[in-house]
Write a protein that binds this ligand. Structure first.
Ligand code: ASP
Ligand code: MG
Length: 436
């Protein structure tokens, strides 16, 4: 069995939903994981935020305009009045639910229910369309099998058992449609796998059923060697290892949700990135295989804040870094890059929600400096930190750019450099020219 995931743009309109038919209808048994139609989750986030601000009227307006958009999709998608009527009636239930939330008693629990509606609606529309076209597809409700454990991690045992049960009930079905992104919390409430989490859903499902492969269908022909939004002349990379793909996904290549790699990597299931607009293009195949030592790609992550703690007390002291890290741990703030000297530590974070508190807790340790609007530029490849001349090549490409931090040797697959975001484009262009 294969798992195919289609993102928001791949189901973003009636035409796109129709075009999916040629990609998913064949003899291969598969589970198709869908995102919400593009723009929907953002709109639901907005509705929730209006309700939170007690702007019930504005929320109602936003709900009405989303409902109108979906009415347009129904009108364009179905050929027969019977299916159009059924789709409209099912959608109405979702919009009635959205309208039922009161700004007076609004909590995170209601917000999560609101955020779940996008995937519920896209799958219902797509499945009905397939049925109208005579395809025997079955809707597999993600909320019946996708669950998190008490540590907020996918409960793989539960997911595996529930999926086994669900699939066994339909031994003759070859095409299952399910929702990405949504799940249940440990307590059984409606929850989600964070923004962009549909990729993660597909990977979890693939690992749980021991799929032959997982395919992520998106709107670009795989991972590129550099960011096509920033640099001209990039090309897609045909093969990556799981480790290389994780680094690239984390450091800014928006193609894949960073956690998506983990379940398939553990289960050693090949992961494909494919382009819906160009289905015959090879895309990127991510697997346990690594091609020879080589620089594969450059990616960048913006909105990075660098924090430097300088202290004479650090000289020859032990336990100093642990104490500093504990401050970040206390505020559940992940650290990305670290560099140290004998008297200072520099590190980067991208979640600044507790920055003020962190800085005041760090002050007793020494002088604290904060630089915002920084970018991590990450060069990814196989064993690049062990290959001769790679560092020299990277640094000479960047000879005219001020570098704030360098992390080399922490991973065999990546060299990271921190620059002021104003230099991002120049740095990526210079690397593109000198490395590929
Ligand atoms: N619909 C969700 C989002 O926009 C999940 C996803 O598309 O992966 O974040
Ligand atoms: Mg996505």
């Amino acid at each position: 069995m294969k798992v195919l995931k289609f993102g928001g743009t791949s189901v973003g309109s009636a035409e796109r939903m129709k075009a999916l038919l040629t990609l998913i209808v064949n003899d291969e048994p598969k589970i198709v994981v869908l995102s919400a139609m593009s723009g929907t989750t953002n709109c639901l986030v907005e509705i929730a935020s209006l309700l939170r601000q007690k702007k019930q009227g504005e929320a109602a307006t936003a709900i009405a305009s989303l409902e109108e958009k979906y009415a347009g999709v129904v009108a364009a998608l179905y050929a027969t009045p019977a299916y159009a009527t059924e789709a409209a009636a099912s959608l109405k239930a979702h919009f009635d639910l959205l309208r039922s939330f009161s700004a007076e008693h609004f909590s995170c629990r209601e917000e999560r229910v609101i955020l779940a509606q996008g995937e519920l609606m896209s799958t219902l529309l797509q499945n009905l369309y397939l049925n109208e076209q005579g395809v025997q597809s079955v809707l597999l409700p993600a909320l019946s099998f996708m669950r998190k454990d008490q540590h907020d991690e996918p409960d793989m045992y539960f997911i595996r058992e529930m999926l086994k049960r669900e699939l066994a009930q339909r031994p003759d079905c070859k095409l299952f449609i399910t929702q990405g992104y949504i799940c249940r919390s440990f307590a059984g409430e409606v929850d989600n796998l964070k923004r962009g989490g549909s990729d993660y859903s597909a990977s979890i499902i693939g690992a749980a059923i021991g799929a032959e492969e997982v395919q992520i269908w998106t709107d670009i022909d795989g991972f590129h060697n550099n960011d096509p939004r920033v640099v001209e002349k990039t090309h897609s990379i045909s093969h990556l290892s799981f480790d290389e793909a994780s680094e690239l996904a984390y450091f800014g290549a928006k193609i894949l949700h960073p956690t998506c790699v983990i379940p398939v990597q553990e289960a050693k299931i090949p992961l494909w990135i494919k382009n819906t607009m160009e289905p015959t293009a090879f895309g990127t195949l991510i697997s346990t295989e690594t091609k020879l030592a080589a620089i594969k790609a450059v990616a960048a992550k913006d909105n990075i804040t660098a924090v430097k703690i300088k202290s004479g007390r650090m000289l020859l002291a032990y336990g100093f870094i642990r104490q500093i890290f504990e401050v970040f741990e206390d505020y559940k703030t992940p650290i990305d890059m670290i560099t140290t000297s004998e008297v200072a530590v520099s590190l980067t974070i991208d979640d600044t929600s507790n920055l003020d508190k962190i800085v005041s807790k760090l002050k007793p340790f020494g002088v604290v400096e904060v630089d915002s609007d920084m970018t991590i530029i990450c060069v990814v490849g196989n064993k690049i930190s062990e290959s001769n001349g790679v560092a020299a090549k990277i640094l000479s490409a960047l000879s005219s750019i001020p570098i704030r931090m360098i992390s080399f040797g922490g991973s065999r697959y990546n060299v990271s450099l921190l620059v002021d975001s104003a230099y991002k484009k120049a740095a990526m262009e210079a690397l593109n020219e000198k490395l590929f």
